[in-house]
Design a protein. Sequence first.
Length: 194
Amino acid sequence: MAEKKHPVIKRDETIRSVLIGVVVIAAVFAILLSDKPLGLTNRPWVDPIAEIPARADLPEVKRFIQNWAYFVPKANHTPLFAVLDRRPRKAEGEPKPMLGYSIREVTAAGLPMLSYKELGYVLYLEREGNFQMVPLDESGLNLLASKAGTHLETGYFFPFWNHFWGLLFLVALGGIGLFELGALRRRREALDLI
């Protein structure tokens, strides 16, 4: 005959199963849907701020980027659902010049853990496998503003959430660890081992 478990122990086992199941399912979906590299990486990335308006003389801006920029390779992978998507991709035309913010992003298992400034504001073209970018200092931003008619970087706030949400999984694992410590104490009390 099976040994009857104390109700506190049964409750903790149920809670443990649910917590671990939720974290595992969330991690699997994050890995399947993320376009971030699956290994441990420290990759360059550019957060877009604004498209350069046509009044800024786009051909001249493009020539400037192509003459003075350097290429930074993208480190991505194709998410599972994009691989399963069999629709033909429409051909993208020539990329449009953009103002962006250059960062380094640390990822693990497709989850962004942290990011930090690399070059700051950049003028860039985003291509299939790389970024072609020129760093902009204060004078470069002022020159761009004079061409565009406005400071495009005004009001920009770095989107921390996009580059730190992977830390939630570490917090969840820490929470499970704390739950396990409490469950161990409750188990000892239920079995009168203390």
